[in-house]
Design a protein around this ligand. Structure first.
Ligand code: NBP
Length: 477
């Protein structure tokens, strides 16, 4: 038997990805460190397609047609290196190892380089959509060599999600770590989207006084408009869910401490290194971390807050419309920041990432899939070197039309003491970009005063220093 593709690592993601390949007519070799999982997969789903169960690494490699395509779906980090150490000696030049786990792009760059010396293509590949996506069509973000994509691409196109216009949600992002970098920023944007939605919910609950079921209906309405997205859709589902044990809204019985696995944090860490302001994503990561500090929150419960007055029915409905504007405007900012980071990563590592193509493959399959992404793609299609999404005429007009309501929502949030770090950071970013002059001039003055760090002038070329401790005359630096 010869399989066209192999999958090793048969936990939820690997198992479903293997089934997806099989359902699309590919013969799939399957392997897992613990062989019981391999047998269970074939027993349960063998009828779905052509599977070759391999107990050992040697058997697995022998089952693959050449050049071999070996998908690794194990826990990211050391397990991935362990699997590479196990398989690489069994492979030959031209073979491909496709890492579909959530690897850090720097690890992917290292692995790609090491394997390249052996003539093996290492294809770091972002896969989004969770277990359901892996089975029915994920959004796929492969990096690695163009040569590997030539034969791998068509297979990935088959198993990927399809956007509304039928196009497959997969594109060759760029060499080495480009795919995992794009996946990392996808997750960062996902964090920001979720935080903004959470803030909208919090405001509707606290300021407008709506119950979770009513808020679910509001989200359902929003989901028929420009906010149409998977995350808004599932938010309505979660909000309308009632806990069977207590009869209370599900959101009221879940502990309010958000967890995270790390890709959002990476997005912010890398943004700091690249000097890209991703304040919305950073606030989303910090909001999760703050929620988890129960001792800190417990110790702060008696701090003074404003006296809140609930809105009347008509005012509440009007406020809900304003929150929709604030959410949409803040979302535009999150994507602006995320795409800026992809551009910066692409420049730094010479990946030549096509931002429009990235927006296009996020239209289906992944967690942030949304009608909105079609607009982003169109913006980059119209102008590939767009300095920022906010410089697209359409987005600029929309955010301009939303800004009065956006500000009004933040006034209400501030007056009523509702934390809105995502909305606030987004508006601060917008206002900072718009500003004719920023107080950074003062910062430069301070830096020059205490550290002789020098400054540039608005009216002349060159760097200067003022003799702050002397006669305060200016000297060229
Ligand atoms: P897990 O991340 O839970 O990993 C479990 C798999 O890793 C099992 O097959 C396990 O084999 C294998 N494994 C481990 Br742990 N250590 C190993 C080692 N030293 N050598 C060989 N195999 C080893 O699985 P998952 O949730 O299916 O996720 C797989 C990858 O996909 C991860 O990188 C994850 O971050 C990524 N991802 C997950 C999702 C999601 O929604 N879950 C979405 C997108 C991406 P065993 O059976 O023998 O223990």
């Amino acid at each position: 038997t010869s399989a066209q593709i192999g999958v090793t690592g048969l936990a939820v993601m690997g198992r479903n990805l293997a089934r997806n390949f099989a359902r699309n007519g590919f013969a799939v070799a399957v392997h897992n460190r613990t062989a019981a999982k391999t047998r269970a997969l074939v027993e349960e789903f063998g009828h779905e397609g052509s599977f070759v169960a391999a107990e050992s690494a040697e058997e697995f490699v022998a089952a693959l047609e050449r050049p071999r395509r070996l998908v690794v779906m194990v826990k990211a980090g050391e397990p991935t290196d362990a699997v590479i150490r196990e398989f690489a000696p069994l492979l030959e030049p031209g073979d491909m190892i496709i890492d579909g786990g959530n690897a850090h792009f720097a690890d992917t760059r290292r692995r790609e380089q090491e394997l390249r010396e052996q003539g093996i293509h290492f294809v770091g590949t972002g896969v989004s959509g969770g277990e359901e996506g892996a089975l029915n069509g994920p959004s796929i973000m492969p990096g690695g060599s163009a040569e590997s994509y030539a034969t791998l691409g068509p297979m990935l196109e088959k198993i990927s999600a399809k956007a509304a216009d039928g196009s497959p949600c997969v594109t060759h992002c760029g060499p080495d770590g480009a795919g995992h970098f794009v996946k990392m920023v996808h997750n960062g944007i996902e964090y920001a989207d979720m935080q903004l939605i959470a803030e909208a919910y919090h405001l509707l609950r606290t300021v407008a006084g709506y119950e979770p079921a009513q808020i679910a209906d509001i989200f359902r309405t929003w989901n028929t408009g420009r906010l149409d997205s998977y995350l808004i859709e599932i938010t309505a589902e979660v909000l309308s869910h009632v806990d069977a044990a207590t009869g209370k809204p599900f959101v009221d019985v879940v502990q309010d401490q958000a967890e995270q696995k790390g890709t959002g944090r990476w997005t912010v860490q890398i943004a700091l290194d690249l000097g890209v302001p991703v304040s919305g994503i950073a606030e989303a990561v910090f909001a999760r971390s703050l929620s988890g500090h129960s001792e800190l929150r417990e110790a702060s419960r008696d701090l003074a807050g404003p006296k809140a007055a609930a809105l009347g029915e008509t005012e509440a409905a009007a406020f809900a419309d304003q929150v929709e504007q604030a959410l949409y405007a803040s979302k535009i900012v999150s994507y602006t920041q995320g795409f800026h980071e992809i551009q910066a990563g692409s420049d730094e590592y010479g990946w030549n990432i096509d931002l429009g193509a990235v927006a296009a493959i996020w239209r289906g399959g992944c967690i942030i899939r949304a009608a909105f992404l079609d607009r982003i793609r169109a913006a980059y299609d119209a102008r590939a070197d767009l300095p920022s999404l906010l410089s697209d005429k359409g987005f600029a007009e929309e955010i301009g039309a939303a800004q009065d309501d956006w500000r009004a929502v933040l006034v209400a949030a501030t007056q009523q003491g509702v934390p809105t770090p995502g909305f606030s950071a987004a508006l601060a970013y917008y206002d900072a970009l718009r500003a004719e002059r920023l107080p950074a001039a003062l910062t430069q003055g301070q830096r020059d005063y205490f550290g002789a760090h020098t400054y540039r002038r608005t009216d002349r070329e060159g760097s200067f220093h003022t003799l702050w401790g002397g006669d305060r005359s200016e000297v060229p630096a």
